[in-house]
Design a protein around this ligand. Structure first.
Ligand code: NAD
Length: 346
């Protein structure tokens, strides 16, 4: 028992990825009596090293969420009660070049996982989604997305995540599967694959390679430390209302230019170590979530101030080259690839 909650078996999918691995670490710290089954297909983005510190404490299963029969077996064998679904293709830039794999994993894979979870009678299916399903906001907009904002995805990644969210709701409405969803702002922290902007900038800077800043350098994102995201999912699993969606955001926005400036400043490098690159096709200008529901009903608050968390993250990359150096050659896309392939020409 931990507090009033009896020990459970929790299946974490996408557990060898950035947020999934941080969630496994978080869950081991905060719910030590629970059994964690960490499932991952180990795509280029999955890395068992992310789970090295808990290797002896969790059951690792290499499997694809789109393989329904295998997922059924895992759910039954381990008597899984709670599923937390992080598994996804997650890189917008790769989605421009290879959209099919995004729809296969994010939509069809999620549906297979939902179906298997229904068959196995899981007590909760929590799905991890993104602010990006709503499309983008003008840079000078005074609006924020709320839980009832209509979906208006603009990229294959966004659209595949939107499709997954609809599938999750359909399994609740049609079959009564007890689901919850969180749509979260952009995450940063340790173990993020060096294709996403913060680790890309940090690892480039650490190698003396210039930072590729998109031409629309003032486009901004709302940023959240991955530990605050994990705490939010915990709050929803513990006290969230079944069938509901909760937004997870900090209200703290930063442009790509500010990120580049902070990375170079933290590492004591000159501002000249950056170069302008063309925008990715369909590049969203801005996202901002209204997370009032989560704050007001479940009492969640972000705890990590952005600049402090970002500087600590940059120092983590500086201190752990052995973690990220082997990953560089696994990066599936260069930030200029679409200009060469003609993808997204319009
Ligand atoms: P990530 O790419 O680092 O990790 C994804 C993991 O899923 C990888 O380990 C990969 O091997 C695994 N995976 C991919 N396809 C799979 C499949 N078919 N079966 C099983 N495993 C598979 O991504 P992340 O940044 O950790 O994102 C995790 C989740 O959070 C995703 O659903 C993403 O959409 C969502 N999300 C991410 C952010 C963010 O800022 N990173 C923000 C909001 C929501």
């Amino acid at each position: 028992m931990h507090g009033d909650v009896p020990a459970r078996t929790v299946l974490v999918t996408g557990a060898a990825g950035f947020i999934g691995a941080n969630f496994v670490h978080y869950w081991r710290r905060t719910h030590p009596d629970d059994t964690v089954v960490a499932l991952d297909a180990l795509t280029y983005a999955g890395n068992r090293e992310n789970l090295a510190a808990v290797r002896d404490e969790v059951v690792f299963v290499r499997a694809d969420i789109a393989d329904g029969a295998r997922v059924c077996e895992v759910l039954r064998e381990h008597r899984v009660q709670v599923v937390v679904n992080f598994a996804a293709e997650s890189h917008n830039s790769l989605a421009v070049l290879d959209p099919g794999r995004f729809f296969r994993t994010n939509v069809l894979g999620t549906q297979e996982l939902l179906h298997a979870s229904l068959g196995a009678g899981v007590e909760r299916f929590h799905h991890v989604s993104t602010c990006e399903v709503y499309g983008d906001l003008a840079l000078d907009s005074t609006e924020a997305f709320h839980e009832e904002t209509p979906y208006r995805p603009r990229t294959p990644y966004n659209a595949s995540k939107a499709g997954a969210d609809h599938a999750v709701r359909a399994y609740h409405e049609t079959f009564g599967l007890p689901v919850t969803i969180t749509n979260c702002a952009n995450n940063y922290g340790r173990y993020q694959f060096p294709e996403k902007v913060i680790p890309l900038f940090a690892t480039n800077a650490l190698r003396g390679v210039s930072l590729p800043v998109y031409a629309s350098r003032h486009n901004r994102r709302e940023w959240i430390h991955v530990d605050d995201h994990c705490r939010a999912i915990d709050a929803v699993l513990t006290a969230g209302e079944v069938g509901r969606t909760y937004h997870v955001g900090t209200g703290t926005e930063a442009s790509v230019q500010r990120i580049a400036d902070l990375v170079l400043d933290e590492l004591g490098l000159p501002a000249s170590l950056q170069t302008t690159v063309p925008d990715r096709p369909g590049h969203d200008r801005r996202y901002l979530l209204d997370s009032g529901l989560l704050r007001d009903t479940l009492g969640w608050r972000p705890t990590v101030p952005f600049e402090e968390g970002l500087r600590e993250t940059i120092r983590w990359y500086r201190d752990n080259p052995g973690w990220w150096e082997p990953l560089l050659e696994r990066r599936p896309v260069e930030e200029r690839a679409w200009t060469e392939s003609g993808a997204g020409a319009r």
